[in-house]
Design a protein. Structure first.
Length: 205
């Protein structure tokens, strides 16, 4: 009788211990899954932020460089208030593949050239897959006084064409490295399991 009661007690303790272990294991798995989901969401948001930042960085430098360059080129014609010369210079600037349009304003923000007036940013954006990049640069005379403003609309697709090509090549290289690492890892694992009995025998002897 005592043996039977002792056996039941041991069985009950074992069942309680097994239930506690199962509950603890499920809790750990739940925590791991929740952490994995949180990491996945965080990585997705970080990737989206990285994409936006990458586009801004890649388009900022060419647009800033072009706007500064042409603000100096247009300065003499703006000082002379020579609209025809402004339009000639703007026509030359539009030969740049990345330049969609240039607009010149006086110091009060009144539109000057080119004539007729260029399309709005909204209409320019509708014609392209990626939104245009807009840059504003002051036109300053020799005395350092602001005499006007230059608006430059940059074609984002043209600016990003070369960096995107290089980026695709980088992803191809990374993919090839990952595949190569998987293949090497598989064959190293197969070799280890194949020679494990021999290695065990050597160490045991």
């Amino acid at each position: 009788m005592l043996n039977h009661l002792e056996s039941e007690r041991n069985t009950h303790n074992h069942s309680a211990s097994h239930s506690a272990y199962t509950a603890f294991k499920r809790l750990i798995h739940t925590i791991i899954m929740a952490t994995a989901v949180a990491l996945a969401v965080g990585l997705f948001l970080m990737y989206q932020q990285y994409q936006t930042h990458w586009v801004d960085v890649q388009t900022a430098q060419p647009g800033t460089s072009i706007s500064k360059q042409y603000s100096k080129i247009l300065q003499p014609a703006l000082i002379a208030q020579d609209t025809l010369q402004l339009e000639r210079l703007i026509a030359i600037a539009l030969d740049e593949p990345a330049v969609i349009s240039l607009s010149v304003f006086d110091a009060q923000g009144v539109y000057i050239a080119p004539l007729p007036k260029v399309d709005s940013v909204v209409s320019l954006a509708r014609e392209r897959n990626a939104p245009t990049s807009t840059h504003v640069e002051k036109i300053i005379d020799d005395a350092g006084k602001v005499i006007g403003y230059l608006h430059v609309h940059i074609d984002t697709d043209v600016v990003l064409s070369s960096p995107l090509t290089l980026r695709q090549q980088l992803w191809l290289i990374i993919t090839a490295v990952v595949v190569l690492a998987l293949i090497v890892g598989v064959y190293i694992t197969r070799g280890f399991y194949k020679f494990r009995p021999w290695i065990t025998k050597v160490f045991q002897s």
